[in-house]
Design a binder for this molecule. Structure first.
Ligand code: UDP
Ligand code: MG
Length: 328
């Protein structure tokens, strides 16, 4: 695997990356549970919090935590909300650990499980995926994600039992490769899987959100799944063209039949509604196809613009002497 030359040379054993978006309600509990686990590891570590443009007091809480544990805490503040995966990518830019672990801030991923993930990396795996033993989310989320899991398994080369859990561990090389990929919208566990040479999966616990509420409403979830499906497979486009070809052949035969019928039987008015039905059906499929094309074209557009995926406002990091403006 090619990695950026010395750009992200690991100096520590473990980096923990946690995206934070309006999580003031849960952050104190997170700090309380996370740090004891990491202290007990007897490995050098850092926790990189990425404040994803929170509008509540998350940035202030993170700053306080940085002041409490400056040796092992770093805070990256984004100027505006960039989305969970972009925020994690921003965190990756600052990782200095041989092992990198991602975690949600809401304590749905118990920090105690970090020990298990590291044990797997120690065995020589370079990617440790996770399967939630019992998922604690609303039932519609359960159903939807099970369906998306199945679809992803069919149409992409990414094989994960449970794509939704962000508690995962990666070898440093995989993080370098992810950072080298300049795609604008991505789904990190899937991208990491592409670069993994020796992946494994383990079962982890999953808890209910400790406080606050989910940042994913329906539209954002659909969008995320489009990132996953269209980012890692051309199948939706290909299936559509196959269906399109099939329908084109059938309608061609149908048109010939109607033309011949008209020559033999003469004009018929009764068939008008059937024709309408067929036309509407075709229009429906066409529109769906245009929509799907739009998804791909939209992504090409985003990629072609080459805008930065995130903008950093401030970094709380003891290693860097020059500090730009501090977050409030
Ligand atoms: N998150 C983020 N930016 C966003 C949305 C979410 O950084 O735009 C973070 C959020 O603070 C949390 C994690 O991503 O740490 C997962 O979000 P959430 O718990 O709301 O998702 P769910 O568990 O409902 O899928
Ligand atoms: Mg959550």
């Amino acid at each position: 695997m090619t990695t950026a030359p010395d750009q992200h040379k690991p100096e520590l054993d473990v980096s923990i990356v946690i995206p934070v978006y309006n999580e003031e309600a849960v952050l104190p509990q997170l700090f309380e549970r996370l740090y004891p686990v990491l202290d007990s590891l007897e490995r050098s570590y850092e926790v990189i919090f990425v404040d994803d443009g929170s509008r509540d007091h998350s940035a202030a809480l993170l700053r306080k935590q940085y002041q409490a544990r400056p040796d092992v805490t770093r805070v990256v503040c984004l100027r505006a909300n960039a989305g969970q995966h972009a925020a994690i990518l921003a965190g990756f830019e600052y990782t200095g650990g041989k092992a990198v672990i991602t975690l949600d801030a809401d304590l749905q991923n118990p920090p105690e499980e970090i020990v298990k993930l590291l044990a797997e990396l120690d065995k020589g795996y370079d990617y440790v995926g996770t399967i939630r033993r019992k998922r604690r989310d609303s039932s519609w989320r359960h159903l939807a994600s099970r369906a998306m899991n199945k679809l992803r398994e069919r149409i992409t080369n990414i094989h994960m039992t449970d794509q939704g859990c962000m508690l995962r561990a990666y070898d440093h090389d995989i993080i370098s490769a992810i950072l080298d990929s300049r795609e604008a919208q991505t789904f990190i566990p899937a991208l990491a899987y592409l670069y993994a040479g020796n992946p494994t999966e383990i079962v982890v616990e999953h808890e209910e959100r400790a406080a606050g509420e989910s940042k994913y409403h329906l539209f954002k979830l659909i969008h995320l799944n489009f990132d996953l499906m269209t980012g890692f497979s051309l199948m939706p486009l290909q299936v559509f063209s196959l269906v399109g070809i099939g329908i084109a052949i059938i309608s061609f035969v149908f048109v010939i039949y109607l033309a011949v019928r008209r020559l033999i039987v003469g004009p018929e008015v009764e068939g008008v509604f059937t024709l309408f039905a067929i036309v509407f059906f075709l229009i429906g499929i066409l529109l769906f196809g245009i929509g799907l094309l739009g998804e791909y074209v939209g992504r090409i557009y985003v990629q072609a613009r080459g805008r930065p995926r995130f903008l950093i406002k401030a970094v709380l990091d003891k290693r860097t002497a020059d500090k730009p403006d501090q977050p409030e």
